[in-house]
Design a protein around this ligand. Structure first.
Ligand SMILES: Cc1cc2nc3c(=O)[nH]c(=O)nc-3n(C[C@H](O)[C@H](O)[C@H](O)COP(=O)(O)OP(=O)(O)OC[C@H]3O[C@@H](n4cnc5c(N)ncnc54)[C@H](O)[C@@H]3O)c2cc1C
Length: 408
């Protein structure tokens, strides 16, 4: 049985993060956008609030509070500024990747620096994306080749959040070129590794305080111990990593949707035409009501999925259920966030495309969020596979243009 009632502890944590979002993030959202980063003091405060390590197990220096608590806090942060969850220091997706894909020993070692003093200034990153994916067959273009006991990595990565800020990377590469998605491996690579170059920071549609860039790997050699190889079933762990990571992004989408809905409701209540607020005209009122439904529905789906993962971690429920709920939360949430941003701009009229209102930024951020982690199309594929009882193939969810799934 899934309970949707936050505990007293969760309510307290939500309130402290909501206050941080209200007082520290939202009033400065345009400053962060212009500066293209969050100030050090803001990142330090977030670190003191315990953000960044919430869902990671205590055994690897995390707070061990689970995904349900994490999604509650991600919503509040993104309500303050959708860039913030990406731009605060901490392990981010790197932490989730080493926990899901590595051994306990690898995860403890890789995450120890994030528990130390000054960790607000330390970033981890995950390098999966590629501009030139392997179009000849399923798989990545970046390769990992065995050289004695070591691995040599060659290739190029793109769209990596915090590439220019991170000291620690999980780099995905093709270990077995003939095995498609089943031949992918994950490797711990430090920023100083010879042969690793971080490319110039990209200019993006939104989420400006976050940073996006690429990596070039030319003969980067890492020891055998750098290959993340925790469990017996790496493919299942890979799907879990992508699903949980994308669920956290969907939670940010809920915060964004709520923010866009709230500023729009306020606007249509204040703007008058023919002697009454424009929100009192049926077409506007129905749109506002529909977007309120989007916020509640996407939040409900995210909570259900997070609770299913926490139940699964306790040995209750099934992984397939958690994957289905996650896919639903992502597919619905991405589109709901875009509707909230888009209708928000529309109902602001001319003011909607002016930068003195926040709603245009929320619309741009929503589009970018929808491409992060798992696209709505991949979430649909995953939902279809679970619903139809098909095998869960990593090709269903991996963010690249090919799949070896049953749903091509
Ligand atoms: C905010 C943000 C943060 C990100 N963070 C990172 C990061 O930290 N590290 C990292 O490596 N990458 C990151 N990415 C990149 C992201 O994972 C990919 O851009 C995204 O998953 C899409 O992959 P792609 O760019 O290769 O698009 P493609 O795979 O080329 O897809 C293009 C379009 O085709 C659709 N499509 C592709 N294949 C199929 C199929 N088989 N069936 C149906 N539709 C399909 C996709 O859904 C998409 O709409 C981030 C992106 C964003 C926007």
């Amino acid at each position: 049985m899934i309970s949707f009632q936050p505990t007293e502890d969760q309510k307290l944590m939500v309130e402290s993060v909501a206050q941080f979002a209200r007082t520290t993030l939202r009033p400065k959202i345009r400053d962060f956008e212009k500066a293209r980063e969050l100030p050090e003091a803001v990142r330090r405060t977030a670190h003191e609030l315990g953000l960044g390590l919430v869902a990671l197990p205590e055994s690897v220096s995390g707070a061990g509070l689970g995904l349900t608590t994490a999604v509650l806090l991600e919503e509040e942060l993104a309500w303050g500024d959708p860039s913030a969850p990406f731009a605060l220091g901490g392990p981010g997706a790197f932490g989730l990747a080493v926990v899901e894909l590595g051994t306990e020993e690898q995860a403890q070692k890789a995450l120890a620096p994030f528990a130390a003093d000054g960790a607000h200034a330390r970033f981890g990153a995950v390098a999966w994306g590629e501009r030139k994916p392997n179009v000849e067959r399923a798989g990545l273009s970046t390769t990992a080749t065995k050289k004695g006991d070591d691995w040599q990595l060659d290739g190029a990565k793109a769209y990596v959040v915090n590439a220019d800020r991170a000291e620690h990377f999980v780099v995905f590469a093709q270990v077995d070129p003939g095995a498609g998605w089943r031949g992918v491996g994950a490797f711990l690579v430090d920023r100083g590794a010879p042969g690793l170059t971080v490319t110039e920071r990209a200019t993006t549609l939104g989420l400006d305080a976050a940073s996006f860039g690429g990596l070039e790997l030319s003969g980067v050699v890492v020891p055998a111990s750098a290959r993340l190889a925790g469990g017996a079933d790496f493919d299942a762990a890979l799907v879990r990593f992508f699903a949980k990571n994308a669920l956290l992004v969907a939670a940010r989408g809920v915060g964004l949707s709520r923010a866009a809905f709230e500023v729009t409701r306020e606007y249509v209540d204040g703007r008058k035409a023919f002697g009454k607020p424009i929100g009192h005209f049926q077409a506007v009122a129905f749109t506002v009501a529909d977007r309120a439904m989007d916020v509640d529905a996407s939040r409900g789906l995210v909570w259900r999925a997070a609770a299913a993962w926490d139940a699964f971690a306790r040995g209750e429920g099934s992984e397939r259920d958690a994957l289905l709920l996650t896919a639903q939360a992502i597919a619905f949430g991405h589109e709901a966030a875009m509707r909230c941003g888009d209708d928000g701009v529309q109902l602001h009229g001319g003011a909607g495309f002016m930068r003195d209102y926040p709603v245009e930024k929320l619309m741009r951020d929503a589009k970018q969020l929808g491409l992060c982690g798992m696209t709505a199309e991949h979430a649909d594929q995953l939902a279809a596979a679970v619903t139809l009882g098909a095998p869960i193939d990593p090709g269903l969810v991996l963010p690249t243009p090919e799949t070896q799934s049953a749903f091509v």
